[in-house]
Design a protein around this ligand. Structure first.
Ligand SMILES: NC(=O)c1ccc[n+]([C@@H]2O[C@H](COP(=O)([O-])OP(=O)(O)OC[C@H]3O[C@@H](n4cnc5c(N)ncnc54)[C@H](OP(=O)(O)O)[C@@H]3O)[C@@H](O)[C@H]2O)c1
Length: 232
């Protein structure tokens, strides 16, 4: 979703062309791309891709497995992590749009796959419908490092990280030699400012510049040193 103040909200969607002023698009073409929320909208062609009418999948597939998240899962697992038969794969946010595909793709490569998710319903779904070998509810765990030791007594070969934060630290602590981690996203850090890994160290006033500068050589700063000389 793309939100700009004063502009219609855009999100990935499938739409039908009703009127076109561009030679590559004609009435009744189906397109996928960033489309304004609304029954009708005027779109720039740069943000649209024409759908091949011979592909007979449901239109919703173009927003899922055939869309960005399908590509993300494919690249993260196959291009970056390069799974081999028998390797042990951990996927966080495993019931999300990327994670569920990563797990299913990893199973097609003959891997042992464990996913984490935020409810017992999702855990059951992963194990009983999506073919994961095992899964756990991270909200019921208190120490992710020992949780992962329990699920991966022989270590993790591949971690597809969708969440960052403590789960990433725990997974890294359990990785095998020559293991691979694909950093796909850090959803656990998007909304919790307390977990951000970019502290700022601000001193106020022009007169603080010399001490701010020399302080760098004595380790006085925590994170990026900034001197504020005027209000925004
Ligand atoms: N979709 C894409 O094409 C794409 C592309 C590049 C990167 N990414 C990144 O990949 C990650 C997953 O995206 P997605 O599209 O698969 O997600 P999604 O379908 O939007 O689902 C997000 C899931 O993340 C879990 N979650 C939310 N807050 C969490 C927290 N604090 N700790 C742990 N899990 C949390 C929730 O499931 P639970 O019930 O399990 O908590 C939620 O259902 C995100 O970080 C995203 O930024 C996605």
């Amino acid at each position: 979703m793309v939100v700009c103040f004063g502009q219609p909200i855009q999100a990935l969607g499938v739409a039908k062309v009703l009127v076109s002023h561009h030679p590559e698009f004609v009435k009744d073409d189906l397109v996928v791309g960033f489309i304004h929320w609304g029954d009708y909208s005027v779109q720039k062609v740069e943000l649209l891709r024409k759908l091949d009418p011979t592909i007979q999948f449901p239109l919703s597939y173009h927003l899922g497995v055939l869309g960005f998240n399908g590509l993300t899962a494919y690249v993260g697992l196959f291009e970056i992590c390069k799974p081999r038969k028998g390797e042990r794969v951990f996927v966080s946010a495993a019931c999300g749009s990327v994670g569920n595909l990563v797990g299913q793709y990893a199973k097609t490569s003959g891997c042992y796959v464990v996913g984490s998710a935020g409810s017992n319903y999702k855990v059951t779904l992963l194990k009983e419908k999506l073919g994961f070998d095992d899964a756990f509810n991270y909200k019921e765990e208190t120490d992710f490092k020992s949780t992962l030791q329990r699920y991966f007594p022989d270590g993790i070969d591949i971690y597809l990280d969708n969440v960052g934060a403590e789960m990433l630290e725990a997974a890294v602590a359990n990785m095998n030699k020559l293991g691979r981690v694909a950093a796909c996203g850090v959803i656990a850090e998007y909304t919790d400012g307390g977990k951000r890994a970019a502290p700022k160290d601000i001193s106020i006033g022009l007169e603080t510049i010399p001490s701010a500068f020399t302080g760098l050589f004595h380790g006085h700063n925590v994170g990026k040193k900034i001197v504020k000389i005027a209000d925004e």
